[in-house]
Every structure is written in C-alpha cells, then in structure tokens.
Ligand binder design. Structure first.
Ligand code: SF4
Ligand code: FES
Length: 144
C-alpha cells in the first residue's frame, strides 16, 4: 500500500506502525514509551501526528497505515501538544539528574531542551512516589 509522510511517498506492507515506518524512512518523531521489546501502551503521547482529513491527532506508535493515508509529523499544533505532554511528564518527574544513570544520555532532557520545556515548572506538584524492586536486580523509581 502507499502512504505519504510529510510529502514523501512510501510503499509499505502495512504491518508496521506509522512510527516504525517513519523511523525507517528517517523521520524523527519524538517518542519515549515505545520499545520493540514492550507492548504498545501509547502513554507518553509525544509521538502525536495528524492524518489528512481527520480531526483528531493520533499516537504514531499505535497507528497503522491505510491505503492513501497522508501523515503530517509536525506543525505548530502538534508541537504545542508535544510541549504540553512533556510538561505533564515533568510534573510527575523528579529531576535528580546528578545521581541518575541517564544524565549524559537522557532523551527526556533532550526533548525538554528541544521543546523549550521548563522542567521545574510544576515543582510544587512533585512527590516522592515509591521505588519498586524486581528480583533484586531491577529498581523502578516511580518518581522518575
Ligand atoms: S531520567 Fe530524569 S533524573 Fe534522569 S537524567 Fe533524565 S531528567 Fe534527569
Ligand atoms: S511513543 Fe509514547 S505514545 Fe507513542
């Protein structure tokens, strides 16, 4: 089937999501919660795209192509949505970057900088959520 992403005509078999197709074609759609080893949750809402002829915005990680679909990966409205969603992520995220293993390669900070998000905007709403330990090997800090 044929689809168009940001004006580029693409042939696809239709098995991949729009995010996967866009990645293969070299488009940079921001995404945090999508990983090939995990099931799709569509929770970060950063990969939003618009589809020509449809009113809503869609998470590219859970959107599958349809014949003739025309996708836009960026416009002022999409960027605004991404910025708001990033701000919401930071409203529940403790940036204790100095002690964080991700400090030098943090995708979240990279996106915050790119979208000019003030990471401490919601300082008053940040809480210490519990840390869960899985088998003594993995710690999940739910404040991050
Ligand atoms: S994951 Fe959070 S705490 Fe760690 S470097 Fe990124 S913003 Fe800082
Ligand atoms: S990558 Fe998180 S919602 Fe799509």
């Amino acid at each position: 089937m044929k689809i168009i992403i940001d004006g580029k005509k693409i042939d696809t078999e239709g098995k991949d999501t729009i995010l996967e197709i866009a990645k293969k074609e070299g488009f940079d759609i921001p995404h945090l919660c999508n990983h090939s080893d995990l099931c799709v949750t569509g929770s970060c809402r950063l990969c939003m795209v618009s589809v020509l002829g449809r009113r809503d915005y869609f998470a590219a990680c859970s959107l599958y192509p349809e014949e003739g679909m025309e996708i836009l990966t960026s416009n002022p409205e999409i960027e605004k949505i991404r910025k708001i969603n990033l701000e919401l992520l930071f409203s529940q995220h403790k940036e204790e970057c100095r002690d964080c293993v991700w400090e030098d390669k943090c995708k979240l900070l990279e996106l915050a900088e790119k979208h000019k998000v003030k990471v401490d905007k919601f300082q008053d709403r940040k809480r210490n959520y519990p840390i869960f330990s899985f088998g003594g090997i993995i710690d999940f800090d739910s404040s991050k």
